[in-house]
Design a protein around this ligand. Structure first.
Ligand SMILES: *[C@@H]1O[C@H](CO)[C@@H](O)[C@H](O)[C@H]1NC(C)=O
Ligand SMILES: *[C@@H]1O[C@H](CO)[C@@H](O)[C@H](O)[C@H]1NC(C)=O
Ligand SMILES: *[C@@H]1O[C@H](CO)[C@@H](O)[C@H](O)[C@H]1NC(C)=O
Ligand SMILES: *[C@@H]1O[C@H](CO)[C@@H](O)[C@H](O)[C@H]1NC(C)=O
Ligand SMILES: *[C@@H]1O[C@H](CO)[C@@H](O)[C@H](O)[C@H]1NC(C)=O
Ligand SMILES: *[C@@H]1O[C@H](CO)[C@@H](O)[C@H](O)[C@H]1NC(C)=O
Ligand SMILES: *[C@@H]1O[C@H](CO)[C@@H](O)[C@H](O)[C@H]1NC(C)=O
Ligand SMILES: *[C@@H]1O[C@H](CO)[C@@H](O)[C@H](O)[C@H]1NC(C)=O
Ligand SMILES: *[C@@H]1O[C@H](CO)[C@@H](O)[C@H](O)[C@H]1NC(C)=O
Ligand SMILES: *[C@@H]1O[C@H](CO)[C@@H](O)[C@H](O)[C@H]1NC(C)=O
Length: 295
């Protein structure tokens, strides 16, 4: 009898753990509204190289030898959940750089920035996703991973969850990076400077692919990067008065990674990590102190 009760208790516990652990970031109340590009974003670079499809539910950025293109959100944000689905240039994309990032005012030399940069490759060779975190103008925190799928074959979600305790970079709900606010380390944490959301496609052949060895093949142009599902769940500047406690991305379970997410992050690091500034002793002879806690 006791054994049976214990078994039931164990089963219940497993059930609870599985249910809580399986809660995907996006299954939490984020309303995936159909935001039209033109209502929330502005083209800031080469309008002739930007195509709106489906009345603006999808936007295509083009790159050829004359120009790349880019856009920016009209609103600025402090904290929130930011997500887009992106389909990267396919086939021979070496030299191209597709970006999706948050940045505060570039004019200050103490800006904050959170980056996804997608570095193209020769046909059949893997893309690299480079992430970086700038706080108070200090960056140099590059990490690079391969993906577990072909990012040019279909749309995938790339997201930032940013609250006062943690910044999580996600690919399809898989955390690929975390940056914690740990005041005891004395490291600045992005928190006070409002950021805008950016997207762009440009020619980075000087450095992007195998360190610049592989140049852009212009016979493949125009290169096309497609973006859709322009989801932002945040307190924009205009609504900063609203009660932040109600915002799902600030609830306690989003202040750190749960066990399942930690397991996934380790899986990414063990299988897909290409480069990590934390272990680059030539560049950082002194171990960056935040590296000890961002895992
Ligand atoms: C972790 O998440 C994955 C993907 O959502 C799911 O398949 C798995 O069952 C989860 N594991 C646990 C222990 O919750
Ligand atoms: C690049 O694309 C633009 C816009 O479609 C076009 O006007 C221009 O001629 C193209 N340049 C090259 C070098 O193909
Ligand atoms: C886009 O920028 C223009 C001028 O730079 C501005 O007038 C317009 O309001 C912006 N669009 C949106 C949707 O904010
Ligand atoms: C790759 O090239 C093939 C053949 O030119 C073309 O049909 C296909 O649309 C290209 N795929 C992408 C993702 O650009
Ligand atoms: C970082 O966390 C501390 C509590 O540990 C909090 O007091 C502080 O406001 C947070 N900093 C930022 C920049 O959000
Ligand atoms: C901050 O880092 C120290 C070790 O460097 C650790 O003991 C502490 O638990 C961390 N605090 C938070 C809030 O993560
Ligand atoms: C491109 O492919 C080469 C060869 O597989 C690989 O070394 C490199 O990391 C790949 N990605 C980039 C962006 O260079
Ligand atoms: C560039 O692409 C063209 C067309 O696919 C191909 O014939 C050529 O070999 C490529 N050049 C390089 C340097 O890969
Ligand atoms: C925020 O609240 C203050 C004080 O209650 C009010 O004066 C201000 O107009 C509000 N701002 C916005 C953007 O609602
Ligand atoms: C997040 O929640 C904490 C704890 O409930 C609260 O102190 C803080 O003001 C909230 N901050 C934001 C930015 O939502």
């Amino acid at each position: 009898m006791v054994t049976n009760l214990n078994k039931i208790a164990v089963l219940l516990i497993i059930l609870v753990v599985v249910t809580v652990g399986a809660q995907a970031i996006t299954g939490t109340g984020a309303h995936r509204s159909s935001v039209k590009f033109q209502d929330s974003y502005n083209v800031t670079w080469s309008p002739a190289y930007v195509n709106l499809l489906n009345e603006g539910l999808t936007v295509q950025l083009l790159l050829n030898q004359s120009s790349g293109s880019g856009f920016v959100s009209c609103n600025k944000y402090v904290f929130g959940y930011f997500s887009m689905q992106i389909k990267l240039p396919g086939n021979d994309s070496a030299g191209t750089v597709t970006t999706y990032y948050l940045s505060s005012d570039e004019l200050t030399n103490k800006h904050d920035e959170l980056d996804f940069e997608f570095l193209g490759n020769r046909s059949g060779q893997p893309y690299i996703v480079q992430t970086n975190v700038f706080a108070q103008g200090i960056g140099g925190r590059e990490q690079r991973i391969y993906l577990w799928f072909d990012p040019s074959a279909d749309f995938h979600s790339y997201s930032f969850l940013w609250n006062q305790n943690t910044i999580i970079f996600l690919v399809d709900d898989v955390p690929i990076r975390i940056f914690k606010n740990n005041t005891s380390l004395g490291i600045p944490y992005p928190s006070s400077q409002p950021m805008r959301l950016y997207g762009s496609l440009w020619n980075g052949e000087d450095w992007a692919t195998r360190g610049g060895l592989e140049k852009t093949n212009w016979t493949q142009a125009p290169f096309v990067a497609s973006y859709r599902n322009f989801l932002v769940d945040s307190s924009s500047i205009a609504s900063q008065n609203s009660s932040l406690h109600d915002l799902w991305w600030n609830r306690s379970r989003f202040q750190a990674l749960n066990k399942n997410q930690t397991v996934k992050l380790r899986w990414v690091y063990q299988n897909y990590l290409v480069y990590d500034y934390c272990t680059d002793r030539a560049r950082y002879p002194v171990f960056p102190s935040e590296c000890a806690v961002n895992m």
